[in-house]
Design a protein around this ligand. Structure first.
Ligand code: SAH
Length: 398
């Protein structure tokens, strides 16, 4: 049986948690109070030892754990996880009923009541991601609850934690009948090849679904499109299907070439009519300028941090620079899709980066559309700060 440890929460954090804030910040407690083992249940109490909630201890860069319930009588057992999963599934009924989209998130951490745990659905294959050793210690209950609740072909997992927060190579299969990968999922009628047992990522970032649809429906027709940090080229596929004259996908990872060819191929697009470059984006910007290349549509979706041999990049610091390089190779009246999933800053700051980049290049712009997380990536209603995705469609005016 998991032990429960009383933990006194300092103010103002105690008041925050009482109001329903789900995250236990590391500043909320005195460090010496920390339990030895991640996964311990925490009786969270205020300075008068009054009950605030029950949480668990699990180290993530976001904090030291999450509140699971504010009901003093609620036990954290299999029934608890069952209830949360059932509720989460109910909230996604519209997704299950839509035959045009067979990949989406069915459980989004704190937005569905259990921080540190996400579950994605890929056409009856389930991918469970664990963000701390603490939440992983509840895995048996969670897997039993999930297996009893859904019809699955197989369940896979990703452990997104270790001492350095790096992905650990592992066999990700948990139960069921192993899939033959890649499987092909459909998203608004577009096909994507997905592999649930091949390293840290699956081939598609589900949180960009609405952005891919917007690009296909409203921004790609007869356009020359550049997709930077393209990974498997998912945005390029959307643009090509939306009528782009040509797409150019740029990613420094060698494997992106084969993966991008695969994504085009499962959509019956001849990849040889498209450009796929295995190249550092920062080198590509110079190359494009030297060759006077310009684009009508540029997608800019860098990782929050990146390190190549020559360059260390952080979106929190370098986004304006990235945008300036992009502006230089965007046609007049072209559109830049600027995206970031960096949770350390919000939309306001992101827009200030955009403004700075355009000012410093003496360019005028207009914001045409904005996106954040899609509906299946639920966030706690009162706490939009957990909505990490920021995507802004910007028209370059001169
Ligand atoms: N936009 C993609 C996801 C990007 S993931 C999509 O929607 O599918 C981040 C990608 O950036 C990874 O594939 C990584 O290989 C790539 N990357 C990181 N640093 C890079 C650099 N300096 N130049 C080019 N690609 C880079």
């Amino acid at each position: 049986m998991t032990q429960t440890i009383a933990l006194q929460i300092k103010n103002p954090y105690a008041d925050q948690l009482k109001k329903g804030y789900p995250l236990i910040s590391k500043d909320a407690i005195d460090a010496h109070q920390l339990p030895k083992e991640e996964g311990a249940l925490l009786r969270l109490q205020d300075s008068h030892n009054r009950f605030i909630g029950t949480g668990y201890y699990g180290l993530q860069n976001k904090g030291i754990g999450w509140v699971l319930t504010t009901d003093a009588n609620e036990k954290i057992d299999k029934a608890f996880f069952s209830k949360k999963i059932k509720k989460a599934l109910e909230n996604r009924q519209a997704f299950f009923n839509n035959p045009d989209t067979t990949a989406f998130r069915i459980f989004n951490g704190e937005g569905d009541g259990v921080g540190g745990l996400t579950i994605d659905f890929f056409d009856s294959y389930f991918m469970v991601s664990w963000y701390s050793a603490g939440i992983y210690s509840f895995k048996e209950m969670v897997y039993e609850a999930l297996a009893e609740t859904v019809n699955y072909k197989a369940i896979y997992e990703k452990k997104r934690f270790d001492s350095k927060g790096q992905y650990i190579e592992q066999d990700d299969f948990v139960m069921g009948t192993p899939g033959e990968f890649p499987i092909i999922v459909t998203e608004n009628g577009m096909n994507y090849a997905v592999n649930l047992n091949d390293g840290a990522m699956t081939g598609i970032f589900l949180d960009q679904r609405d952005v891919r649809l917007a690009i296909r429906e409203r921004y790609a027709d007869r356009k020359n499109m550049l997709n930077t940090f393209s990974y498997t080229g998912a945005f390029s596929v959307a643009a090509a299907l939306g009528g782009a004259i040509k797409t150019t996908s740029v990613d420094v990872a060698k494997r992106s070439l084969a993966k991008t060819i695969e994504q085009f191929s499962v959509n019956q697009i001849d990849y040889e009519t498209q450009d796929i470059k295995v190249m550092d984006v920062f080198h590509y910007f110079k190359y494009a300028q030297r060759h006077n290349l310009k684009f009508d549509l540029v997608v800019l979706d860098p990782p929050s941090f990146a390190r190549t041999k020559q360059i260390t990049f952080s979106t929190a610091k370098d986004y304006p620079k990235l945008l300036k390089d992009t502006i230089a190779i965007t046609e007049k009246n072209g559109v830049i899709v600027a995206s970031t999933n960096n949770a350390s800053f919000g939309m306001k700051k992101f827009k200030s980066f955009i403004d700075q980049a355009f000012k410093e290049t003496n360019t005028r712009y207009k914001i045409v559309e904005e996106y954040s997380l899609p509906k299946d990536f639920r966030v706690p209603r009162e706490y939009p700060e957990f909505n990490y995705l920021k995507v802004v469609f910007i028209e370059k005016l001169n």
